[in-house]
Design a protein around this ligand. Structure first.
Ligand code: NAD
Length: 258
């Protein structure tokens, strides 16, 4: 039995919010696997080093850095155009750009609420809608990043939980609509992942994670990239409209211990 079906080799991928954290790890993994990848975030200077590092490495995939705020439809249209112009098409879209903040619901302003919905939900809509024509041209794949907050709820992050629940539901609806176009739409719902943001908020770094002593209460970005690679590869050809929870040991209502 071959393992080649786990390779995404030869595809073109676009990973939003890939200047850091999970998106950066997914972009690097794709390039490792021979995928040409477009990396994007809101500031060119944050995403240039990610592309440069890929292009300066011996990874078989090439990278293009594009500045794009996913809440700005004109910028998203330009991002998709730049992708197709550089690499000739688009096979895999990873809607990874996301954001949240912690606050009591009573203190959340209309602007704060709208910002979280715009980035996590409307950004996912813009990118998927803008890329539709290319994804449908030859059997594409969409991978949305949700969160366990969208499955279980999350006190002090109510707009984020609501937004990620919307992303999960959108995944199911679109997977059905686009099934006939040979585009698979799936979703990843991570629990805690050791990214720079989580490290600064919670003081837990990726270096503290020891899979020899199995706690499995916080994951690494590579463990999310593993699932993204699987979902974009032919190995997941019978996985459609699913949200894969990647959270280690379920930790509802417990304090985080690494
Ligand atoms: P991160 O903060 O390290 O990275 C987020 C990326 O999105 C950055 O590149 C940022 O610049 C970009 N971004 C933010 N707003 C944007 C916008 N409007 N337009 C374009 N880019 C924008 O985050 P992360 O922890 O790597 O999270 C990645 C995804 O995974 C997010 O959707 C997040 O909600 C989800 N997630 C993360 C965790 C975790 O514990 N880290 C857990 C569950 C879900």
């Amino acid at each position: 039995m071959s393992t080649r079906q786990f390779s995404v080799d030869g595809d073109v991928a676009l990973v939003t919010g890939s200047s850091s954290g999970i998106g950066k790890a997914i972009a690097e993994r794709f390039a490792d696997d021979g995928v040409d990848v477009v990396v994007c975030s809101r500031a060119q200077e944050n995403v240039d080093p990610v592309a440069a590092e890929i292009n300066d490495s011996d990874r078989p995939g090439r990278a293009l850095a594009v500045e794009c705020d996913v809440t700005d439809r004109d910028a998203v249209d330009a991002l998709v155009e730049a992708t197709v112009e550089e690499f000739g098409g688009l096979d895999v879209l990873v809607n990874n750009a996301g954001a949240s903040f912690m606050a009591d619901f009573d203190d959340i302003s209309p602007n704060g609420w709208q910002t979280i919905i715009d980035i996590n939900v409307t950004g996912t809509y813009h990118c998927t809608h803008a890329a539709a024509e290319y994804l449908k041209d030859g059997g594409g794949s969409v991978i949305n990043l949700a969160s366990v907050a969208g499955q279980d709820g999350s006190p002090l992050m109510s707009p984020y939980g609501a937004a990620k629940a919307a992303v999960i539901n959108f995944t199911t609806s679109l997977s059905n609509e686009w099934a006939g176009d040979d585009v698979r739409v799936n979703c990843i719902a991570p629990g805690y992942v050791a990214t720079p943001g989580v490290e600064s908020q919670m003081g837990v770094s990726a270096d503290a994670i020891d899979r020899e002593e199995v706690a499995r209460r916080i994951g690494t970005v590579d463990e999310i990239a593993d699932v993204a690679q699987f979902l974009s590869s032919p190995a997941s050809s019978y996985v459609v409209g699913e949200t894969i929870t990647v959270r280690g040991v379920p930790q509802i209502g417990e304090d985080l211990e690494v």
